[in-house]
Design a protein around this ligand. Structure first.
Ligand code: PLP
Length: 429
């Protein structure tokens, strides 16, 4: 497959933009090779500037539940654009989208819109601290909650410990209130509460998608809820990725665990930049201007973005079985690839939640970040490169999750499985 134009474009971009990209994972650093430069998306496909076509399992890292250029979302955006791009004043569109979110999530009585998942989480944490009146937060190694200072904390050893910043530029003082615990390990969370009586909240991806796909055990989430209640702390579900993908009505609907606050992003904007956080009325009313916890945004509730999100969530509401249909396709995909790997003697762990799928080249079930990190990165890199050459665009890091959209057909999935057979054979030879 010829990718000369992408190679040239990447060389030029590196002169203009740090690393040639506006978000680090796009640079293909962990798999090697050159990122492809995209000209357009169409349904389940992406096209690059060399004229190659790929089945897209990244879907813009999650937002595109209905694939590229969904007609309804596109029409809603074009209509909104014709009325003006931004007003910085209230619009009906915000209330309409809020009604949908509140309808989907039982735990959400009020919601505020922002422009990214990072903002949503950063604001939810501030609100939790302001509401409870304490400073420490508990986060899990391997969970990603955006790039705000307090949450950019290096994966620790697993034992609960005060976090160290994972990036130069983040003062240690800014992360000293971030306590790390190990995913799916309740003892590590208990240790945080034993070490600190200043914990405002626990934040967790209930379906972790940023160490590959690693869902939390139901029992573990129930225990987190109990620990929060016993210690007067809030529980925040970060569903920026899993919201409207892992299940129709949030992780709370499939686990029976009700969070105090939920953060959303990706699908909620239908491909436009939208994030949101919501929860119980008494907590949300602590937000400015109703309450003292400050939070704001020039483009928050942007009318074009609200229109895209509204069109996406309305489509989802009209077809409540959609997540199950997508899940059966995701299951077929990963099980087909797993069989293909097994044929060549390659151990592969697979899992799905709704339209999310994940896989690790490992002979051990993955429960936390250390398990994920112990999987075979070399085979993953070869798999990624081989599948790209075959015309299948998978996320370019072993710590990412894959996504099926409504435009991912059964035929595409069967073709993917066939291609994976060739790729695994080549890896083995
Ligand atoms: N939280 C989770 C669970 C995410 O997966 C992400 C991004 O992938 C974020 C927060 C940050 O969202 P954004 O990239 O929109 O700032």
């Amino acid at each position: 497959m010829n990718r000369e134009a992408s190679q040239k474009a990447f060389e030029e971009a590196q002169e203009l933009i740090p690393g040639g990209v506006d978000s680090p994972v796009r640079a293909f650093k962990s798999v090697g090779g050159t990122p492809i430069f995209i000209t357009e998306g169409e349904g389940g496909y992406l096209k690059d500037i060399d004229g190659n076509k790929y089945v897209d399992y990244v879907q813009s890292w999650g937002p595109l539940l209905f694939g590229h250029r969904d007609e309804t979302i596109e029409a809603a955006v074009i209509d909104a654009v014709k009325h003006g791009l931004s007003f910085g004043a209230p619009t009906l569109a915000e209330s309409e989208l809020a009604k949908l979110v509140i309808d989907f999530f039982d735990s959400v009585e009020k919601v505020r819109f922002v422009s990214s998942g990072t903002e949503a989480v950063m604001s939810a944490i501030r609100l939790a601290r302001g509401f409870i009146g304490r400073d420490d937060i508990v986060k899990f190694t391997g969970c990603y909650h955006g790039h705000s200072d307090a949450l950019l904390v290096e994966a620790g050893s697993g034992a609960a410990t005060f976090g160290n910043p994972s990036s130069p530029g983040v003062p240690a003082d800014f992360t000293k209130h971030t306590l790390l615990a190990e995913y799916n390990n309740i003892e590590s969370v208990k240790k945080c509460f034993a070490d600190s009586d200043n914990i405002a909240c626990i934040i967790i991806e209930p379906i972790a998608g940023n160490m590959g796909l690693v869902p939390a055990d139901k029992e573990f989430l129930h225990e987190l809820r109990e620990l929060c209640d016993a210690n007067g702390a809030l529980l925040i579900f970060d569903e920026v990725m899993s919201g409207f993908r892992g299940s129709l009505r949030g992780a709370e609907s499939i686990t029976g665990v009700t969070p105090d606050l939920v953060t959303l992003g990706k699908v909620i904007g239908g491909g436009m930049p939208v994030g949101a956080f919501g929860g119980r009325r008494e907590i949300m009313d602590k937000l400015s201007p109703e309450g003292p916890v400050y939070q704001a945004g020039t483009l928050s509730g942007n009318p074009v973005a609200m229109a895209a999100g509204h069109a996406a969530l309305t489509k989802l509401k009209q077809n409540g079985r959609l997540i199950d249909v997508l899940n059966s396709r995701a299951v077929r995909l990963v099980e087909g690839m797993q069989d293909a790997a097994r044929e060549e003697g390659i151990a592969m762990q697979v899992d799905t939640r709704g339209s999310m799928f994940g896989f690790f080249f490992s002979d051990k079930v993955v429960k936390n970040f250390s398990d994920a990190a112990a999987s075979d990165a070399d085979i993953f890199a070869q798999f990624h490169a081989g599948m790209l050459d075959e015309g299948f665009y998978f996320a370019c890091s072993l710590y990412e999750t894959g996504f099926i959209s409504t435009a991912t057909t059964d035929m595409m999935i069967e073709d993917t499985i066939e291609a994976s057979k060739r790729v695994f054979k080549a890896i083995k030879n």
